[in-house]
Ligand binder design. Structure first.
Ligand code: ZN
Length: 408
């Protein structure tokens, strides 16, 4: 298995030469990366070698230990996803659902417009008036923007709180830490670039106004207990303790991303369950941002409703990438059904262009991570078990179709 794992890492690096977004993180032997850049394997050769390695992996007898079995399935599925990405780069066109199944090992449910209209009706009642609902929602939301000069201070407080809560429940590797940078002109809002040695670089995009909910969202999603912790625990438990080199590379367009994004999003409420989030916002973050703490509960009540519209983003991406609507119509759909401002909707369509069906990893991933952890007993009523199963998922090679509780 070790030699197949090494070949897999080399193939991911080889594909990274063709696809600049493909290798999200790599901290394995640096000479392998140089070798991939020098050899410049063609897409056809990558496909041929990938198929051969995959056959080697699947023809090995199933190992006896659970982690070893998960490792074998992981290599098989990650390779299958790599082969699909090669076919896409060669020009094969897949539908949105075919693509997400091939790349991420999962298919997002489809919701009709009527599903979102029900939620929008509730929001219409909350924000009565003339004109587009998104404009009324946006006007109401304006007092909840974090002033630019307070952004870093607020963000650092949220990170510290996320870290304290995580460190109480999970054993973080010694010396882990990350740095935060503020950037512009990106299709995403935040990004974690894992560097290896338990270090991350987290970038926050300041193109658009940053609302108060983003402080904890970003701190938990990118940092604790999200991406930074996931990557650090994989490095600790799989790369260093077991010597499984395949986890020193992270191909972005692969099933691993659904686990990464899903746990990062679910991790927000694992770290700040129930009322604890609003309490912390009211007592600490709103004052730090200079916002009116008396309005914290009101803000999060509305956010809970708006979050129910999250799957509307998948529908926009699905229709757009399937060629049923153009980019202007996709942006309009996002304004109307996901309540995104015109600017945010435009940024999101840029994200669709760059990352395509990757969008399902956030909301479907979160729902699947929750179902997995809850079906193992890690419910909100049992926080110790919830953290335990959360930590176990972050430290294992488990992929979407191997999650408990089903793929939908
Ligand atoms: Zn993420």
């Amino acid at each position: 298995m070790d030699s197949a794992a090494q070949d897999y890492v080399r193939l991911v690096l080889a594909l990274g030469v063709h696809d600049a977004d493909y290798v999200d993180a790599y901290y394995g032997p640096p000479e392998w990366k140089k070798e991939a850049e020098t050899r410049k394997l063609s897409l056809d050769d990558i496909a041929k070698q990938g198929t051969a390695v995959r056959e080697r992996v699947t023809s090995m007898s199933s190992p006896s230990g659970e982690m070893e079995r998960l490792r074998q399935v992981y290599l098989d599925r990650q390779l299958s996803s790599l082969l699909a990405r090669v076919r896409m780069l060669k020009g094969e066109r897949l539908s949105f659902d075919e693509e997400s199944k091939a790349l991420y090992d999962a298919v997002a449910p489809t919701y009709p417009e009527s599903h979102f209209k029900e939620i929008l009706t509730a929001l219409e009642k909350r924000f009565p008036g003339e004109g587009a609902l998104v404009a009324r929602y946006d006007a109401w939301r304006r007092p909840f923007v974090i002033p630019k000069d307070r952004l870093d201070a607020v963000f650092q407080i949220a990170i510290k709180a996320g870290r304290e809560r995580t460190a109480k429940r999970l054993t973080l590797p010694p010396g882990e830490s990350f740095t935060v940078e503020y950037v512009t002109n990106k299709s995403w809002g935040g990004y974690n670039w894992y560097q290896g040695q338990y270090k991350s670089l987290i970038q926050v995009n300041t193109d658009l106004p940053i609302y108060i909910d983003r402080a904890i969202d970003l701190a938990c999603h990118e940092g604790y207990p999200g991406h930074h912790v996931y990557n650090a625990l994989l490095e600790k438990h799989l790369v260093r303790d077991r010597g499984w080199v395949e986890f020193s590379i992270y191909p972005l367009f692969s099933p691993q991303s659904l686990i990464a994004e899903g746990t990062a999003n679910f991790g927000i409420e694992v770290a700040f369950p129930g009322n604890q989030r609003v309490e912390f916002e009211r007592k600490v973050l709103f004052p730090a941002a200079g916002l009116d703490p008396a309005r914290a509960s009101e803000y999060y009540e509305v956010q809970a409703l708006v979050e129910k519209l999250s799957y509307a983003g998948n529908e926009a991406a699905r229709k757009y990438l399937n060629g049923e609507i153009d980019r202007a119509a996709a942006a309009k759909w996002l304004e109307q059904y996901a309540l995104m401002s015109a600017e945010r909707a435009k940024q999101r369509v840029r994200f669709f262009d760059q990352y395509r069906s990757y969008v399902i990893n956030y909301n479907l991933g979160k729902d699947m991570a929750r179902r997995h952890i809850e079906s193992l007993g890690g419910t909100a009523a049992n926080p110790a078990k919830r953290w335990e199963e959360f930590g176990r998922l972050l430290s294992s090679p488990r992929l979407p179709s191997g999650l408990a509780g089903g793929t939908r």
